[in-house]
Design a binder for this molecule. Structure first.
Ligand code: HSE
Length: 313
């Protein structure tokens, strides 16, 4: 008997983590999107959005992250049904915390189950990455990889897509400040250089390698040293008021490393929870934003599980 409704949740994620632009991602256990996918007789895709920032999310399927994923998966399946998709946003859109990726990831996982497609994790990531086109203008797969697989993910190859998942040390915790400003992902990508210098490349390869070496060595301190980006973050810094002060305060209050989260405006600090308090780091970042007249929400998160089915009917 074919399934009628499948519901999935998918976590917020932070991409880049310094020098890992479009490559590194980590699933955060503090925030989720929930998506319900229902089989319909009519061959259409309908979207309803509830929760955080739902008013600003387009519901036309071709313009909606989850809608694009559903349309592409339906096409692939050759099923002659339609889908009703209800998205419950727990992650603010345009936060730099993988809001669109979580909707795309939960939709991919739910549609896969509903239509019995038996897709591999890499196929699910490819479908979910198509959804990123709607929000970022590019099918980048760093957020959706972490949102689908959980833990820390590393895109080892984009074409063909190949992704590694690694467990972070148990004492790796994140402090996040989400300022009450908007940074459009398309704009944040449009300010990036199309070419970089050899010295920037050498810098970033060294830092990205350091981050991964830190994971292998189970050293949060070494991971933190890798969170320095000479290419993307400097080009985006002007989009986030007070960024350098926020980063300074995070490091002075005990963070091992700190960077813009994804395309921003959130700032994410890595904390060794055995040595320092992530909450204290987050509070310091909030104070630093306040100094430039920007209110922010703060949260602490651990690396978390990937997208999963929570209801089947
Ligand atoms: N890697 C992407 C970017 C992440 O920095 O544009 C967007 O969340």
């Amino acid at each position: 008997m074919s399934l009628k409704i499948v519901e999935a949740v998918a976590p917020a994620t932070s991409a880049n983590l310094g020098a890992g632009f479009d490559v590194f991602g980590v699933a955060l256990d503090a925030l989720f999107d929930r998506v319900t996918v229902e089989r319909m007789a009519d061959r259409v895709v309908e979207i309803e959005v509830y929760g955080e920032g739902s008013g600003e999310i387009p519901i036309k399927p071709e313009m909606n992250t989850a809608g694009i994923v559903a349309l592409e998966m339906l096409k692939y399946s050759r099923e002659k049904c339609g889908l009703k998709i209800r998205i419950y946003k727990g992650i603010r859109p345009g936060s730099g915390l993988g809001s669109s990726a979580a909707s795309a990831a939960a939709t991919a996982v739910a549609v896969n189950d509903l239509l019995g497609l038996n897709l591999s994790p890499v196929q699910l990531i490819e479908f979910a990455a198509l959804g990123e086109l709607a929000s970022a203008g590019a099918p980048h797969a760093d957020n959706v990889s972490a949102s689908i697989l959980g833990d820390f993910t590393l895109i080892t190859s984009r074409k063909p897509l190949d992704v590694l998942r690694l467990k972070l040390p148990p004492n790796a915790e994140f402090a996040i400040a989400l300022p009450e400003i908007r940074v459009d992902t398309r704009l944040a990508r449009s300010v990036l250089p199309s070419e970089i210098s050899l010295s920037s490349m050498v810098h970033n390869v060294g830092r990205a390698a350091t981050f991964v070496a830190g994971i292998a060595l189970k050293s949060v301190e070494v991971m933190g040293k890798g969170m320095v980006d000479a290419v993307v973050e400097p080009a985006r810094a002007h989009l986030i008021p007070g960024l350098s002060n926020v980063k300074d305060r995070a490091l002075k209050s005990g963070a091992a490393g700190v960077s813009i989260s994804g395309a921003g405006p959130s700032v994410i600090a890595l904390v060794d929870s055995e040595k320092n308090s992530a909450e204290r780091v987050a509070l310091e970042m909030r104070e630093a934003f306040k100094e430039v007249g920007v209110e922010s929400r703060i949260l602490c998160a651990k690396p978390g599980q990937g997208a999963r089915i929570v209801r089947v009917e």
